[in-house]
Design a protein around this ligand. Structure first.
Ligand SMILES: [Zn+2]
Length: 332
């Protein structure tokens, strides 16, 4: 199924069976010689069938197309290696490209070890990792990536896009801005019906801080139409940015109030946070959703730690978080 959003710019909804995201929005811009396909869906047959039939309907041959991938997650990058023809350019944010290039088979081992230290129970952890879409549906072949940075431009048909780096959802997340037409193609940086997952894994970043800075970075862009990676297309970018910033401030306060009960590990904290998901209790969350919630709790803990509000220490081989009295004066 495809729809023409603007002349020569189409959206194809690629279903994500079993995921609360429901579908990935793949955008296609038809050019005279080559076209541009933005994000693809998981590397599995039903996603492939949906995308290929949408491309056929809008008269685009994937072998004559270049690809722009907003970020490395499998629901965006999954099909690119199967679809891309020889010589296709695959634009990718530099930091995500770096992560893909340096990925080792030990990547998941490290994640598992870190999660265990943060209190994720062993059996559920195996199920969470086993069902993780990033592990099951990512690109099958190595990709020849065309690394993109801020202010790089991509000209296609009547459109001239500027790349805008927006680290947060992933370290190398990148958006496309069409200045004249006031269109912002934003991957998972700004979503309207759901909030983008901001997650920390076994690394030394502060993704929530990066994310909030990336929201500020795009706030002043003159945008009339936002084309996100999932769910509805929308117009009120500024209002949505304010809501997302407020959402994270509420979450930060919630984490502090949970920690007010005493020292806890990240899994315990995640289990008490408010999640906008249709399961009645934490125990009923599928392991994969617990994994995303847990990563999100960690991102908030990391932010609070760098602000001086939260500290941590090891106790019986577990990382335990607690409130400190050293809150930075600059933090509001
Ligand atoms: Zn996504």
């Amino acid at each position: 199924m495809f729809e023409e959003i603007l002349p020569g710019l189409y959206r194809i909804k690629v279903p994500l069976p079993g995921s609360p995201l429901k579908a990935t929005n793949s955008y296609v811009i038809k050019g005279t010689e080559r076209s541009l396909i933005i994000d693809t869906g998981w590397n599995r047959e039903d996603c492939m069938a949906a995308l290929v039939s949408g491309l056929n309907e809008c008269g685009v041959d994937s072998k004559q197309a270049d690809f722009f991938i907003t970020h490395m997650h499998a629901d965006h990058a999954g099909l690119v290696s199967t679809l891309a023809g020889e010589g296709a350019r695959i634009y990718f944010g530099w930091a995500d490209a770096e992560i893909i290039r340096s990925a080792t088979p030990e990547h998941w081992e490290k994640q598992i070890d870190f999660a265990r230290k943060c209190g994720f129970p062993g059996e559920e952890l195996e199920r969470a990792i086993g069902s993780h879409p990033g592990r099951r549906y990512s690109s099958s072949n190595s990709l020849n990536l065309c690394v993109s940075k801020d202010s790089d431009t991509i000209s296609i048909g009547d459109y001239l896009f500027e790349c805008v780096e927006t680290p947060g959802h992933t370290a190398g997340h990148i958006c496309l801005y069409e200045r004249d037409k006031k269109i912002f193609i934003c991957g998972d940086h700004i979503l309207v019906d759901i909030t983008p997952n901001i997650t920390l894994s076994a690394e030394e970043r502060n993704p929530l801080k990066e994310y909030l800075m990336s929201l500020d970075k795009v706030y002043d862009l003159d945008v009339e139409l936002v084309l996100p990676g999932h769910r509805s297309i929308f117009r009120n970018q500024k209002e949505r940015i304010q809501e997302l910033k407020q959402h994270h401030q509420i979450r930060l306060k919630e984490v502090i109030s949970i920690l007010g009960k005493g020292k806890q590990n990240a899994f315990q904290i995640a289990s008490q946070m408010t999640w906008d998901i249709s399961y009645k209790s934490w125990d009923l969350f599928p392991p994969a959703q617990k994994w995303f919630a847990f990563g999100e709790a960690l991102a908030h803990l990391k932010y609070l730690e760098e602000e001086g509000e939260v500290g941590w220490g090891m106790e019986k081989q577990r990382i335990m978080f607690f409130i400190t009295q050293n809150k930075k004066e600059t933090h509001k």
